[in-house]
Design a protein around this ligand. Structure first.
Ligand code: FA5
Length: 348
């Protein structure tokens, strides 16, 4: 038998076997493929005889070998495709999909409780005619300290050490630098300046249940003619009532900030015991919520504002502090850990 005959015979017999193969048994076809086209298969075996051919015969037979290989490869591929199709057809015939089954519920997130607190405060202030202003988290030493009446050697800087980018650029320690930036821009012919500015601040503080090295404040500032301590008290009274309930009272205690004179700490009467004394207010009946005061004349003058004609009040409150008191959160670190179980409690 010549090589050509052997090839013709292999082609014929393989195609016949493929025709008869049980299509449901794809293994049968895979085995046949290895048997015929595999490395040690029948085709390879026949090709061993190529070496005995003459130089003239070799290209002719070579061409024929390729033709047989192509025909058989295609035949196996077709058989496999047919098997795949049959499989899918069988699956479709046996499977039904119940389109009326309820779907999987999509988990809906919610705004972070600090964002909610800030937005609620912003809404109250917007209602009182304040504008909401953005500040810079990376701030100049000049605005964070010097314009707040804290020159380079001022001892009160020690209370607000921070992360320095360069000697002159730092992560702001409070939202107060926004005061100077907005006062610089304000045109009093358009009326008094009334703004709030929420944002993140940074300090070299040791983290514990009530302190974090980064937290959030809301700055408030009003500058105009005849602005008095009474306006400050009235504004803060309203905020406390809106945030903690109508019955809340506030009290001002003398304090010190270099950028306000006089300066006060502001306490709100305890929302839990109503002033009787309990574990929330540490038996005092009062809870401290913010620092405030009348804007220091030097701070006004540094913005080119005539302190004889204009006066103002400012305050800075801790957003975490407000949220912790409102919702009875006892550890500030919960705000930053990204635990969904914490956030889900404040869906609103
Ligand atoms: C200030 O930062 C002043 N700039 C506030 C101010 C503004 C006074 C305008 C006068 C006029 P103080 O350092 O007290 O003040 O911070 C204000 C509030 O931020 C505090 O009442 C507290 O609620 C919050 N706070 C301060 N340090 C931390 C901290 N490490 N972690 C969380 N909250 C803090």
């Amino acid at each position: 038998m010549t090589i050509q005959d052997k090839l013709a015979e292999l082609r014929h017999s393989t195609l016949e076997k493929l025709k008869q193969a049980n299509l449901e048994k794809s293994k049968e076809i895979q085995d046949l493929r290895v048997e015929v086209l595999g490395k040690k298969g029948s085709l390879t075996e026949i090709l061993k005889g190529l070496k005995d051919l003459s130089a003239e015969e070799r290209p002719v037979i070579g061409k024929y070998v390729n033709e047989v290989r192509d025909v058989l490869t295609e035949a196996f591929d077709n058989a496999n495709a047919l098997i795949e199709e049959e499989k899918i057809a069988m699956q479709l015939a046996s499977e039904t999909i119940d389109v009326t089954l309820p779907g999987k519920p999509v988990a809906v997130g919610n705004r972070h409780v600090l964002t909610q607190t800030a937005e609620e405060l912003e809404d109250i202030f917007l209602g009182m005619g304040f504008q909401v202003v953005d500040g810079f988290e990376v701030e100049k030493d000049y605005y964070n300290f010097e314009r707040m009446n804290l020159p380079k050697d001022h001892p009160a800087r020690d209370m607000q050490d921070t992360f320095y980018i360069t000697e002159e650029i730092l992560l702001r320690t409070h939202t107060s630098p926004v005061q100077a930036r907005t006062m610089d821009q304000h045109d009093f012919s358009n009326g008094p300046l009334k703004m709030v500015s929420p944002g993140r601040v940074f300090r070299r503080d040791t983290d514990d249940a009530t302190h974090s090295h980064q937290f959030h404040q809301i700055e408030g500032l009003v500058v105009g003619e005849n602005i008095s301590m009474g306006d400050l008290k009235g504004t803060l009274q309203l905020i406390s009532q809106k945030m903690f309930g109508e019955d809340r009272k506030i009290r001002l205690r003398p304090s010190y900030f270099p950028f306000t004179e006089p300066s006060v700490e502001v306490d709100v009467s305890c929302f839990k015991c109503g002033g009787e004394g309990c574990n929330v207010c540490k038996k005092t009946g009062w809870i401290e919520i913010l620092g405030a005061g009348m804007v220091h004349p030097s701070v006004l003058e540094m913005s080119g504002i005539d302190s004889e004609k204009y006066s103002g009040f400012a305050f800075g409150l801790g957003q975490e502090r407000i949220a912790m008191l409102r919702y009875g959160i006892n550890d500030i670190r919960g705000f930053y850990q990204g635990d969904a179980r914490f956030s889900e409690q404040f869906k609103g």
